[in-house]
Design a protein around this ligand. Structure first.
Ligand code: MIC
Ligand code: SF4
Length: 646
């Protein structure tokens, strides 16, 4: 039987279920990664499982998000993460070593293996031919314990790349074009698999820009074949031994195919406030810019920043613009420093940050009020930059650099000759900032600062679920709406009671108070509820506030899984028109939920007591998920020893 590449990797890792579209399968996870903003919870959960050492081939804990230390909290979390890593057999990438996805691609990603990461941009490693999936921290904890990762068997979309990109058009424009065609919810339930002769002109980091931002489609993951360019990249990283050739079988089937003619692409931008709000850069030309931010796990590779350095060389940043550059890794920064490119970047007036997420997650560098910010990042959700009324455009490094010089959005093709950057034959690989696990784990004491609070747990599911509609929101609500990030709130990631005060704070500042006073209740949403990040705090903190169920038209994959993991019912309307009848403050009741789930019933009746009407919702839970829900969440369920083999 011929198989596409995604199916081959899934089949090689299958531990349960049949690979039938939509059915639940369990897969073995070879590698895991965590970052500091999701990692503390993930490791608290791992600790609670009582397993002495990780059972993966490789697990890495990165510190890259919470690097602004405005108080003791982040530094305390770093110390906790370092001690946990030493004790449980995990490699620890120290703050300053770089953004998890960039470093993982450079130093650890292996074609054909599976990677589960507590960050939605884990698919970055798909640029290397890995099957790399983002998940909540609890799912990653289970995988570290040797348990399978469960997902619904995705459909596979073949993206055929034809031709070659023209000068000044880059791989960022390819993924922006896909977002234009498919939208931020078009990838839910899909894996994107790239093929075609166009692949051969894209280096591994350029491929990784595309798989990285596949997350913005809501896709399960995205994957490229592993070919000669993959081998060259690995060789240049001193890891040729990790290379294996991988591709779909000739004539393999796909559920759908789209073609992209690379020659016809032009520089694109995602306009405020959604990654799928795409326009041609030339149509936006002339728009005044206040800030340009270059970096993030999407566009901070050596190739990206070398190109930026060449474009900036000999220019000074426009007086209106603040240019900030954050290299993706210590490797990238070191190479720029040693070949002189960093001097060109500095000479332009750029403000260079340490290799970390930085402005991408609102950790500093918030734009001025109402300011226009051009960013090479992957998300431009309203308020994510830290300035509620800023207007963020997502662009390629070429468009960003051109804008920084001119002070207005500029079609980079106006700049003349395109700087051709070739891949280095050898990268400056130095793993001295990656600390291996301790050789005497018993001797390691876990460091726990006062900001690290114990994990809250939910009670087993009650027979009837009742409460008020605490909030009713529209389509495409992001996890940044539900549980905002930024320099002020991120340091509370290991303190659920404190962070829960900020749930929905940008949408409705009274939400937390109302939820507490009402003893919890329901949230009602539109399509693609919970799109964006993998942060399980967007489920855990509402759970802490007593949210019992979310009724929505549809859910984003990772957030739905997180809701289930923390015992919140994700329910979808059988008839979407029922959404229109519900108002904030309505008293809802679902009787006999436990019994219905135990009896295998697929729909539940919701009574809106205030509106005097009833309607049907479906839960779509698999048998395993029903078990999780009845137990009051995955941690209660795994404590029964059901999920993780001991
Ligand atoms: C993001 O880009 O939104 C984050 C911050 O990396 C999140 C993880 C988090 O919230 O900690 C993600 O993408 O999953
Ligand atoms: Fe970090 Fe931004 Fe990438 Fe998230 S998207 S991992 S915040 S750089």
């Amino acid at each position: 039987m011929t198989m596409n590449l995604a199916k081959k990797i899934l089949a090689a890792h299958l531990v349960s279920g049949d690979m039938v579209k939509g059915a639940e399968i369990g897969i073995r996870i070879d590698q895991t990664l965590t970052q500091d903003a999701t990692g503390t919870m993930s490791y608290l959960q791992f600790e609670a499982m009582g397993i002495p050492r990780v059972r993966t081939k490789l697990s890495v804990s990165y510190v890259d998000h919470n690097t602004l230390q405005t108080g003791f909290e982040n530094a305390d979390d770093h110390a906790f993460l370092q001690s946990i890593a030493a004790k449980y057999g995990i490699y620890f990438s120290r703050p300053g070593n770089g953004i998890c996805h960039q470093v993982h691609l450079e130093r650890f990603a292996v074609p054909g293996q599976t990677l589960l990461g507590s960050d939605s941009h884990t698919p970055t490693a798909g640029g290397m031919g890995m099957l790399a999936i983002g998940a909540g921290g609890l799912d990653v904890a289970v995988a570290m314990g040797g348990g399978p990762f469960y997902l619904n068997m995705p459909s596979v979309l073949n993206v055929r790349l034809r031709g070659r990109l023209k000068p000044w058009v880059s791989s960022k424009d390819i993924i922006l074009e896909i977002l234009r065609r498919l939208s931020v919810k078009g990838g839910v339930g899909w894996i994107l698999e790239f093929s075609g002769e166009g692949v051969q002109s894209l280096t591994v980091p350029e491929r990784a820009t595309i798989t990285n931002m596949g997350a913005e489609l809501g896709a399960t993951t995205s994957v490229f074949p592993s070919d000669e360019l993959t081998r060259e990249f690995l060789k240049a990283q001193g890891r040729e031994g990790d290379w294996v050739p991988l591709a779909a079988d000739p004539g393999a089937d796909y559920d759908e195919v789209i073609e992209i003619d690379l020659d016809s692409l032009e520089p694109l931008a995602a306009m405020p406030h959604s990654p799928d709000n795409i326009a041609l850069v030339k149509e936006l030309a002339g728009t005044p810019i206040d800030q340009v931010a270059i970096g993030s796990c999407t566009n901070s590779s050596y190739i990206d920043l070398m190109r930026v350095a060449r474009i900036l060389k000999g220019h000074v940043v426009h007086p209106r613009v603040s240019l900030v550059v954050s290299p993706g890794s210590k490797q990238v920064l070191t190479m720029l420093a040693s070949n002189g490119a960093l001097a060109d970047i500095l000479a332009s007036g750029a403000r260079v940050l340490e290799p970390s997420c930085g402005p991408c997650i609102g950790m500093g560098q918030a734009p001025r009020s109402g300011g226009v910010s051009l960013r090479t990042f992957n998300r431009n959700f309203e308020g994510r930059s830290g300035t509620p009324n800023a207007k963020v455009y997502l662009v390629s490094p070429e468009v960003a650099a051109a804008g920084a010089i001119r002070g207005v959005i500029t079609d980079p093709r106006e700049l003349g000759d395109y700087p051709v950057i070739s891949m280095p034959e050898t990268f400056m690989a130095d793993d001295s900032m990656i600390i291996p696990p301790a050789s005497d784990p018993e001797g390691v004491e876990i460091v726990r600062g006062p900001n690290i609070k114990p994990l809250p747990l939910r009670e087993p599911l009650s027979e009837d679920v009742t409460g008020k509609v605490l909030l009713r929101v529209g389509d495409n609500i992001t996890t940044d709406h539900i549980m905002p990030a930024g320099a002020k709130i991120l340091p509370l990631r290991s303190n659920i009671p404190a962070i829960s005060e900020y749930v929905f704070s940008r949408v409705d500042p009274d939400f937390a108070k109302r939820a507490r006073e009402s003893g919890g209740g329901f949230v009602v949403g539109g399509h693609n509820y919970g799109q964006g990040s993998s942060r399980e705090h967007a489920a855990l903190a509402p759970m802490y506030l007593g949210v019992k169920a979310v009724l929505a038209k549809s859910f984003a994959r990772i957030h739905r899984a997180n809701l289930i993991n923390f015992g919140i019912l994700p329910l979808t309307f059988l008839d979407e028109a029922d959404y229109d009848w519900i108002s904030q403050g309505d008293q809802l009741e679902i009787q006999g939920v436990r019994r219905a789930l135990e009896n295998g019933e697929e729909t539940l009746t919701v009574t809106d007591i205030t509106a005097s009407r009833s309607f049907l919702v479906k839960h779509g839970l698999t048998e395993r998920q029903v078990g999780v829900m009845l137990a009051g969440g995955l941690l209660n369920y795994t404590r029964g020893g059901i999920n993780v083999p001991v």
